[in-house]
Ligand binder design. Structure first.
Ligand code: AMP
Ligand code: ZN
Length: 112
């Protein structure tokens, strides 16, 4: 499948890993939009939040239950923002579900 993040999971494209287990991978964004910018993705190819259903959504709970540890170990101590762009209006550029962890400094008050 021609998916950038599936290639990162497979190790065909290098990444700076922050966390990995059987279900998910966390790695540093190549073009950081905050002092700390990490992407967390399921290993299963799900195109976006729009592709979630009762059969595949349990990985989202797993990801969210790991995010505090990933953020802490990345040195975030004073809060962070989780973003998931879904679809064209939200400027989703990689069609593999991912959650941005943004932190390490005060963030914009704006979300959109
Ligand atoms: P989105 O725009 O929400 O789809 O987010 C995609 C993110 O993937 C962007 O923040 C990109 O900077 C990031 N990205 C693209 N290619 C790579 C890569 N090879 N390694 C790490 N992050 C990447
Ligand atoms: Zn994929």
């Amino acid at each position: 499948m021609d998916c950038l993040f599936c290639k990162i999971i497979a190790g065909d494209i290098p990444s700076k890993k922050a966390y990995e287990d059987n279900d998910m991978l966390a790695f540093y964004d190549i073009a950081p939009q905050a002092k700390v910018h990490i992407l967390v993705i399921p290993k299963e190819h799900i195109p976006s939040i729009d592709g979630l259903n009762t059969d595949n959504a349990s990985v989202v709970a797993k990801i969210f239950s790991k995010i505090p540890e990933i953020a802490r170990e990345a040195g975030i101590t004073n809060g962070y923002r989780i973003v998931s762009n879904c679809g064209d209006d939200a400027c989703q550029t990689v069609k593999h579900l991912h959650f941005h962890i943004l932190g390490g400094e005060p963030l914009s008050e704006k979300m959109a």
